[in-house]
Design a protein around this ligand. Structure first.
Ligand code: IDP
Ligand code: MG
Length: 158
């Protein structure tokens, strides 16, 4: 069995998801997986924050349209925790382009776009740590136990 470890990751429910009333649908998929919401808020993303968040794309021809898209309405940012939360959420989200993403993933089921793809999820441990700090202060993150913890995670249930 591959290694399991508790991880935290940063999710952004993007403007198209809010505009298309898909927030509940998307949140439900993460919740049903067993991930724990440890931080959540609605916000408009400022210029400097987008430029930092999408720094790896700043020289791409679509960067300005990406900025316009990400600022076209408020977003909801969430920090989630759980076993292998980073790779698990990337699988739930699916690859970047909605028209290429597998059915069953959020993008595969709900998006046909390479840009308006509904949700962001951190792509690795270093990014996740940086991105959570980018959007949340320490006091906005919550440490608590859920009663379903053992049922969701336990390897020795029986
Ligand atoms: P990811 O969201 O799957 O991690 P990244 O390559 O990190 O994908 O790109 C960040 C976001 O930039 C994408 O989710 C999408 O909204 C947008 N984007 C990426 N590639 C393109 C493109 O070729 N055209 C338009 N927008 C793009
Ligand atoms: Mg990315």
């Amino acid at each position: 069995m591959s290694q399991q470890q508790e991880e935290k990751t940063l999710i952004i429910i993007k403007p198209d998801a809010i505009q298309r009333s898909l927030f509940g649908e998307i949140l439900g998929r993460f919740e049903r997986k067993g991930l724990k919401i440890i931080g959540m808020k609605m916000m408009r993303i400022e210029d400097v924050v987008i430029e930092e968040h999408y720094e790896h794309l700043k020289d791409k021809p679509f960067f300005q349209t990406l900025k316009n898209y990400m600022q076209s309405s408020p977003v909801v940012v969430m920090a989630l925790s759980g076993v292998n939360a980073i790779s698990a959420t990337r699988l739930i989200v699916g690859p970047t382009k909605g028209y290429e993403a597998d059915a069953g993933s959020i993008r595969g089921d709900l998006s046909l776009s390479g840009q308006s793809n509904l949700v962001h999820a951190s792509d690795g441990p270093e990014t996740a740590e940086k991105e959570i700090k980018r959007f949340f202060e320490e006091k906005e993150l919550f440490d608590y136990k859920k009663p379903d913890y053992k049922l969701v995670y336990s390897e020795d249930y029986f």
